[in-house]
Design a protein around this ligand. Sequence first.
Ligand code: AMP
Length: 620
Amino acid sequence: MATIGINIATGSLQQKEMIVGIDLGTTNSLVAIIHPGSKEPVVLKEHDGAALVPSIVHFGEANSITVGDGAKQFLITEPHNTIFSVKRLMGKSYNDVKDQSAFFTYRIIDDNTESLVKIQAGSTFYSPVELSSFILKELKHRAEHILKTPVTKAVITVPAYFNDAQRQATRDAGRLAGLDVLRIVNEPTAASLAYGLGISREEVKTVAVYDLGGGTFDISILRISNGIFEVLSTNGDTYLGGDDFDRAIMDHWIKETGLTSEELNSNKSLLQELRLKAEEAKKFLSTSDSYNGIVAGHELSLDKEQFEKLVEPFVTKTIQNCKNALQDAGLAINDIDEVIMVGGSTRVPLVRRSVGKFFGKKVHDSLNPDEVVALGAAVQADILAGNNKDFLLLDITPLSLGIETMGGLMDVMIPRNSKIPSKAARQYTTQKDGQGSIRIAVFQGERDLVKDNRKLAEFNLTGIPGMPAGLPKVEVSFLVNADGILVVKAKELRSGIEQSIEVKPQYGLTDEEVEKMLADSITHAKDDMQTRALVEAQTEAKQIIDTTSQFINKNKTFLTGKEMSETTTAIQQLDDLIEKGNKDEIHTAIEKLNEISRPYAERLMDEAIGKAMKGKNIME
Ligand code: AMP
């Protein structure tokens, strides 16, 4: 017998729970669902027809947070408190992004460590995961508002080149936003699904997905067979897109109108206006042959031929990326069966023509290129909901599998809902000099602290030859084989010693228990994330205290009395804060200690280099 529920809060009929598809983009994000009536994927739109939510977060007075269009208007007036392009920071350390610091107008904390980046707005430090969760929360609210029903389950897309850490960060952001992330799907896979590719079981196809957005370009080559999508290669340019087209038009107009750099620099709003006109012209020329406009009394014009000449160098660059991707995949142009266009900038006719010509094919461009990834995510969500019977649902891991790391944190190796068989490996090292063994504790679950997860096994890798801390390379690998058995192996790569263990993760777990573990992870997401951030800050503080203390002890004679006393005070202050348990205060104290030690560390480094070079001939 079928049952129907009524949502008491909204009065609407409660259908089977809706799983939404989310495209969490660098510049814009959006949500799509499979329409219950038509069974077709559709994007969710507000009354005013807007589907795109700018991926921008603004921090205002009294801790108010605004996301989307409301935040966009602060980009110029309050650059320090308006965070854009968070996706570029997901799962990245400061070392990964320091070369791009000119791009970001907000404060990315430079504490010279390998640890994950933090962004400072006001006196609070945010992780990219938290910032992304604000965007996802906004999308969740909008979806609930439009659908008039709670939305708690989602599929979220990520670029095909995202690594484990970046995927895990995206999952965490979803969880923090109150979403059960059923699966992280590659954007090109979603785009293929939106065009119906890969839905039927027998299909074997090689697909090129060309994605040119506002600020990034990606080309991915996929092999689809038996409903499995394999990424053969990815290529692209993380700083190339429609924004470059706009800038090329602006430069052209500045030359044409004779606007001087003084005029432009003294009037920032003129520059902004010119940029907006350039984008308007570009969009207009996607469907018309010539454009005319006026800015501050200057007449502006551009025809299609001029426009194409201006942007051709950028398009040529993307074609070179396509060639590289084919080469990396070991394929020739003829091996590509389908070409899919994604991203707003593929509306430019020159782009479509050039890509079609390169691949010698008519490209798929009938769907809205801004929506195609979200639409595909909705198709994937529908498959996971079990509504699409044509699709083969592969065996998946019901809960995440990982090991315990510093401070009792869970380090996920195989995220839940991964296809079986599945494998992953990561390298760890020792904390103490001469450490002869390492304990590997294996856990299952979605919580950030292992104490809240289920322990599956524990073993010691012994016999590690005596080495200084940080030198041994212990590779821990997880393999879930086709029978669902988990094999965990630990190997010290320098000496070759290894140890392994086998467990059956599903053993003794009922569906209800799995459900409860998932529900708990959502309920505790915020506390968990705060605890994780605090444990990470404490660990970082301890490491910095250790290295700085060793450094000043070794180099006592080189430091001035003032430097010595400032350093010991800052160390003491940081040490006191570790136990106090406020991560923002700890980060501020770390910053302070770094500022004090940086000048003498640099001075000593220069001196050491100078000494090493003395009397040596430099050869070219
Ligand atoms: P996305 O990052 O995929 O949202 O792409 C946004 C980029 O697409 C921006 O650079 C837009 O200016 C560009 N775009 C949007 N519509 C058009 C259009 N009709 N013609 C050319 N470019 C467009």
